[in-house]
Design a binder for this molecule. Structure first.
Ligand code: HEM
Length: 505
């Protein structure tokens, strides 16, 4: 009589034990942990640096426990290839927003979605409609006008004794370009000026991108976040952003495309047209919340990243005058006395392109890429990685791997002379834009801004470090990795003379 329940109990127990054993599997190496905190205390203020140091001891794939969250950190080109190519499908989800970040606004997490039908449709819109090469080219005049304005403002303040705040000028350049591309205008001089909108976006980005207690401790964390005021700050920021985005959409409805600068469709126009024309053909149903979400993603992902890259490039060049001079010689002999560098000159500037690669190797604006999460169990070598594990790919560390790069800490653009390595996510030793299904959709847009801005800054001016000053290389970690202090350089206007004829190209 008792045999059947006994056998049932035994088989259930065996099943549980078996499951637990499978669950344990062979996990990647892991530094020792503290109770509750896990490895949180080891991250410090610069997670790309602390995890790089840990990886030297624990290997190119290691498992950390951040509070209650398991996270793998990938620090070599080979393991990055495993994650971003071989296992891209299992690793291309973003972790869902939780705790206070799950606000009642429906647009805050458009970019933070699991990989699936919805994500693929949104991505298609971005890649084919918003950031296609054709559209990047169609915004050529916007880039040109904004770069002209930056050069003009620097020219006006240029005196041999007067350093300019290049960081400020460059950030305002990329913000103006992205606002005009997305919204058809910038807000300079209006009640909501560029600086205010940019600060609002940056606050939203920092809050969504930074860790809060609920990320690591689901229950207690929520209470801590209420207590620290994180909830209220986030709610207020999104309340303001929602109102601004709504106003922008309403204005577009009122004015129609023909009222915009150059009669050109901006990104809100394109999206509103898609909302109007949509048919039930299996595509997602686009709403105003999607438009707000896409705007937020573009502002968050597009403004700071491009500015940071330009600022680091100018910083490295200011520290290495031979490279600066070589770049200027190339640009000036290619453009001659034409009076400015245009988009179509840039394709000839080989050394400038090497400078950009070298800058993004040493200073990728997203050092750990954006957070990903495994959707299912996978194996990397012998190691088991379980579903819902965070993934961070340390492209900053990979860019410094001494097995790949000679003198990795040195700024040597010539290392890219043979042109073999590109930035498009096929060469896993250089991944500033990521790779695979989640690769940055704004890469072409970002590169176009970077190249044009740098080429013109180097064409029009010689740049000097103010005397007695040593350039500070300290980093600032927000959602991206920028230069902490403003880059102050003295611009010396270069005289573009009659004899500056086009020498080659
Ligand atoms: C130098 C400039 C830029 C750099 C270095 C950069 C880098 C990145 C990186 C590393 C990612 C994450 C990729 C991954 O997880 O594998 C990303 C995502 C993204 N970027 Fe960029 N980016 C730049 C410029 C731009 C621009 C100009 C835009 C838009 C106008 C943009 C829009 C986006 C969006 C929407 C995503 C999220 C994609 C997704 O979640 O699927 N980025 N970017």
């Amino acid at each position: 009589m008792l045999l059947i329940p006994f056998l049932l109990l035994l088989s259930s127990l065996l099943l549980i034990i078996n499951k637990l054993a499978i669950k344990k599997g062979k996990l990647p190496p892991s530094p020792s942990k503290l109770p509750l905190l896990g490895n949180l205390h080891q991250l410090g203020a610069f997670p790309h640096r602390s995890t790089w140091e840990l990886s030297k001891k624990y290997g190119p794939i290691m498992l950390l426990r951040l509070g209650s969250m398991p996270a793998i950190i990938v620090s070599s080109a080979e393991t990055a290839k495993e994650i971003l190519k071989t296992h891209d499908l299992e690793c291309c989800s973003r972790p869902p927003l939780t705790g206070p970040k799950r606000l009642s606004y429906n647009f805050q997490d458009v970019g933070f979605v699991p990989y699936g039908h919805y994500y693929r449709e949104m991505r298609k819109i971005c890649v084919t409609e918003l950031f296609s090469m054709k559209r990047v080219q169609s915004f050529q005049s916007v880039r040109k006008e904004e770069v002209d304005l930056l050069i003009k403002s620097i020219s006006e303040s240029a005196t041999p004794a007067n350093p300019v705040d290049l960081s400020k000028g460059i950030l305002s350049l990329t913000a103006s370009i992205i606002f005009r591309i997305a919204l058809g205008k910038n807000f300079q001089g209006s009640e909501l000026d560029n600086d205010k909108l940019q600060k609002l976006v940056s606050e939203a980005a920092t809050m969504l991108g930074s860790f809060c207690a609920s990320d690591f401790f689901p229950y207690v964390g929520n209470m801590i976040d209420w207590f620290t005021g994180f909830h209220r700050r986030l709610e207020n920021t999104f309340h303001e952003l929602d109102a601004v985005f709504q106003q922008i959409i309403d204005d577009h409805f009122k004015s129609g495309t023909t009222m915009h600068e150059h009669n050109q469709e901006d990104i809100v126009d394109v999206l509103l047209r898609m909302v109007k024309d949509q048919t039930e053909n299996g595509a997602i149903h686009l709403t105003k919340d999607h438009i707000k979400g896409i705007l937020l993603d573009i502002f968050v992902a597009g403004i700071d990243t491009s500015a940071i890259a330009i600022i680091w490039a100018m910083t490295e060049l200011a520290r290495k005058p031979t490279a600066m001079k070589k770049a200027q010689d190339e640009i000036r002999s290619c453009v001659g006395n034409k009076g400015k560098v245009a988009d179509n000159d840039v394709s000839q500037l080989k050394y400038l392109k090497m400078i950009i690669k070298e800058t993004l190797r040493l200073h990728p604006p997203g050092p750990l890429l954006l957070p990903r999460e495994t959707a299912s169990h996978l194996k990397i070598g012998d190691y088991d990685i379980y579903p819902k594990t965070r993934i961070a790919v340390n492209v900053w560390a990979i860019g410094r791997d001494p097995d790949i790069w000679n003198n990795p800490e040195e700024f040597i653009p010539e290392r890219f002379e043979d042109g073999v390595i590109d930035l498009k996510g096929q060469h896993f030793e250089l991944l500033p834009f990521g790779a695979g299904r989640r690769i940055c959709p704004g890469m072409n847009m970002g590169m176009a801004v970077l190249e044009l801005a740098l080429a013109n800054l180097l064409y029009f001016f010689d740049w000097k470090v103010p005397s007695g000053v040593e350039i500070d290389m300290e980093e600032r970690v927000t959602i991206s990795l920028g230069k902490k202090t403003a880059l102050m350089l003295v611009p010396i206007k270069y005289n573009i003379g009659e004899d500056d004829e086009i020498m080659h190209c």
